[in-house]
Design a binder for this molecule. Structure first.
Ligand code: F6P
Length: 344
């Protein structure tokens, strides 16, 4: 009897439950035993698992979050945690682990496979959409839909008060959410980590808009964006187990808003969309994507094909070696950023 474990790691996104359901349903169809590993890699370290059945994954397709819980645990951080993880795999007789996550979670899966021969099957999820090898990651479409809806709402209040609004969205190393959300929501300026920007240039642009009779502006900034000529708080406290600091502590949008107001004299406010971007029901796109990627991850286990990640390229679901997916980050396509600039 094949026994598989499934886990969700890193920041949650809508669509994780759809992926868990897909992996479980397909695996049960194959006659596998399925175990849910709780709270990402932490559940493997602590042997915290629950059996998954048709019943336990029923009614979760449309629900945000993850029924298994998530964490940013890195079992490679401490040798003891790695030992405990390998012991759990042995004790539970797991023949495969399906890891649903972003670069950190899939990075652990890749190392477990490469360095310890653990049979893993990956599924990419992250609202940041920065996993290499797949056009889309689970959660990105829902997050950008939320950003777009927020911008629609912010437009009316910005226009009513003739204000500039600086809207901060997530995006640590890649500005996909800022660019796509900004394009869809009609942003007047977008700043992303891939393209360091000058605050003077931004203010000049806002003055130009004002002179053209546009007395309000929406500026979207990714939390990880670099502003070349304006100091930002970079004293962000301790890094997590993967070396990431908390970027919300930079206070980027508020700092930009103050500087814009100081330089231009336009009344300016800041809004941080924060974890709202990771909440709610998954969109149709994310439900379908999670279902297709999850089913393929279970299919690979059936085919004894390990060390791969399900990926969407064009409209095809394909298998990408985890080593390739983890070899680099998928940053914003410059042509998309240039497209956004046309509408400033
Ligand atoms: O998962 C990636 C991400 O969405 C980043 O864009 C953001 O910096 C981070 O999560 C914040 O997550 P949390 O507050 O849950 O640690």
């Amino acid at each position: 009897m094949t026994r598989i474990g499934v886990l969700t790691g890193g920041g949650d996104v809508p669509g994780l439950n759809a992926a868990i359901r897909a992996v479980t349903r397909r695996s049960l169809e194959y006659g596998f035993d399925v175990y849910g590993i709780r709270n990402g890699w932490a559940g493997l370290v602590d042997s915290d698992v629950e059996p998954l059945s048709m019943k336990s994954v029923s009614g979760i397709l449309h629900i945000g979050g993850t029924m298994l819980g998530s964490s940013r645990t890195n079992p490679f951080k401490h040798a003891r945690d790695l030992e405990k993880s390998l012991r759990t795999i042995k004790e539970l007789n797991l023949d495969a682990i399906v890891a649903i996550g972003g670069e950190d979670t899939l990075g652990v899966a890749e190392r477990l496979y490469r360095e310890h021969g653990v049979p893993v099957s990956g599924v990419p999820k992250t609202m940041d959409n920065d996993v290499w090898g797949t056009d889309y990651c689970i959660g990105f479409d829902t997050a950008t839909t939320t950003v777009c809806e927020a911008l629609d709402k912010l437009h009316t209040t910005a226009s009513a008060h003739h204000r500039a609004l600086v809207v901060e969205v997530m995006g640590r190393h890649a500005g996909w959410v800022a660019v796509v959300g900004g394009l869809a929501g009609g942003a007047d300026f977008v700043v992303i980590p891939e393209a360091p920007c000058s605050i003077n240039k931004m203010c000049e642009h806002l003055r130009r808009r004002y002179a053209m009779g546009k007395h309000f502006s929406i500026i979207v900034v990714a939390e990880g964006a670099q502003i070349t000529d304006m100091p930002v708080n970079e004293d962000l406290g301790e890094a997590d187990a993967f070396g990431h600091v908390r970027l919300d502590r930079r206070g980027l949008s508020e700092t930009v808003a103050r500087e814009v107001e100081r330089q231009t004299g336009f009344e300016t406010r800041s809004v941080v969309l924060g974890h709202l971007q990771r909440g709610g029901s998954p969109t149709v796109f994310d439900r379908l994507l999670a279902t297709r990627l999850g089913v393929r991850a279970a299919d690979r286990v059936k085919e004894d094909m390990f060390g791969y990640m399900s990926a969407l390229q064009g409209n095809q679901i394909i298998d990408v070696p985890l080593s390739e997916a983890m070899s680099r980050m998928k940053t914003v396509d410059p042509t998309l950023y240039q497209l956004a600039e046309i509408f400033y």
